[in-house]
Design a protein around this ligand. Structure first.
Ligand code: ADP
Ligand code: MG
Length: 316
């Protein structure tokens, strides 16, 4: 059974790349790393009931398990190349695996990511994906490069996935535009590539803007002031929630998978231009300041008190 499942995955996720000397089928994959490139690696686990509501379509789980990983590569400025898939399944459900693999393959195709191996085991539903990509030596977008005076930007819109989740937790069917953001996040690969040489620091927003921006500030030894009124909100979010809820979702809701980055003033115009060309656009939401505080300001520059900054495992 295990090998039938592996064959089914392999048949559906079969992006060919010339740099895969040996893919699925041996004890390990053999890969050609281009000279003058650094290898970028990351991994993320999705656990049923924690990272997606039970009842999520298998295609969406397949897409999202790869998307959250590609989002991490995007935040480093990397070009994705390869993925490994460790799948733990309650039973040998061929239909689930086929549908899962179809969702995974749809996104893998878009970014020419080859599935080069993995593991298949029995247990409570859990998916671990590892992705690998390349970056020219010295071009990485790290978290520790933010400097006082930088502008803070975010791609796309914030809070949509958190809005969708709110509807689902209420037992209601969420608006399609919000649901798509929850189940099919688009990793901002093109934006990450465009930010090479422009951004001082970058992170992907997965646990909530304030929590993730807090990591950038801590790593860089700086503080940040955000303008609440500048947070980019989708029309679908604004149509379905009041202003306070929208702000809370945008500041602390999880699962955005947008890039948050800082750029020195001299690079601002070029950055906005580059990301407009990249499709998702970017919005200036604040500035990096001296100190270590993460503060959110209203239209009169008064601080807004924040009680919840984002999602953290083991916090309950
Ligand atoms: P081993 O016992 O040597 O670890 P496995 O029997 O687990 O090998 O896997 C056989 C081959 O299938 C390996 O190349 C492995 O990388 C690949 N593989 C196993 N599970 C998956 C999966 N879920 N997705 C992709 N490749 C897989
Ligand atoms: Mg194995």
């Amino acid at each position: 059974m295990e090998f039938d499942l592996i064959d089914a995955i392999r048949a559906r996720v079969n992006i060919a790349r010339g740099d895969v000397a040996l893919g699925i089928g041996d004890d390990a994959a053999l890969l050609d790393v281009p000279a003058s490139r650094q290898l970028v690696a990351c991994t993320d686990t999705l656990v049923a009931g924690v990272h997606f509501p039970s009842g999520t379509a298998p295609e969406d789980i397949g897409w999202k398990s790869l998307a959250v990983n590609l989002s991490d590569l995007a935040a480093m400025g990397a070009e994705p190349a390869w993925a490994l898939l460790a799948l733990t399944l309650p039973d040998a459900d061929a239909q689930f695996v086929e549908r899962f693999a179809n969702g995974f393959a749809t996104l893998a195709d878009k970014h020419a990511v080859a599935l080069i191996g993995g593991d298949t085991t029995q247990g409570p539903l859990s998916i671990t994906v590892t992705t690998l990509g390349f970056i020219p030596v010295g071009a990485v977008l790290a978290r520790d490069g933010a400097r006082a005076g930088d502008s803070v930007f975010v791609t796309g819109t914030l809070g949509d996935a958190a809005g969708a989740l709110e509807w689902l937790l209420d037992g209601r069917c969420a608006p399609a535009a919000l649901l798509a953001r929850l189940h099919r996040p688009e990793p901002r690969i093109a934006a990450g590539l465009a930010l090479r040489g422009l951004a001082n620091a970058c992170i992907d927003v997965s646990d909530g803007l304030l929590a993730d921006l807090g990591h950038v500030c801590a790593a860089s030894g700086v503080g940040v002031e955000l303008d609440a009124g500048a947070l980019p909100l989708s029309s679908a979010l604004v149509a379905n929630f009041d202003a306070g809820a929208c702000r809370q979702f945008a500041l602390a809701g999880g699962d955005d998978y947008e890039l948050c980055f800082t750029v020195p003033p001299a690079c601002e115009a070029r950055t906005v231009e580059a990301l407009a060309a990249g499709g998702c656009g970017a919005t200036r939401i604040g500035r990096i300041v001296a100190g270590s505080d993460v503060r959110v300001l209203d239209a009169n520059a008064n601080e807004i008190e924040i009680t919840h900054v984002g999602w953290e495992h083991f916090s309950r």
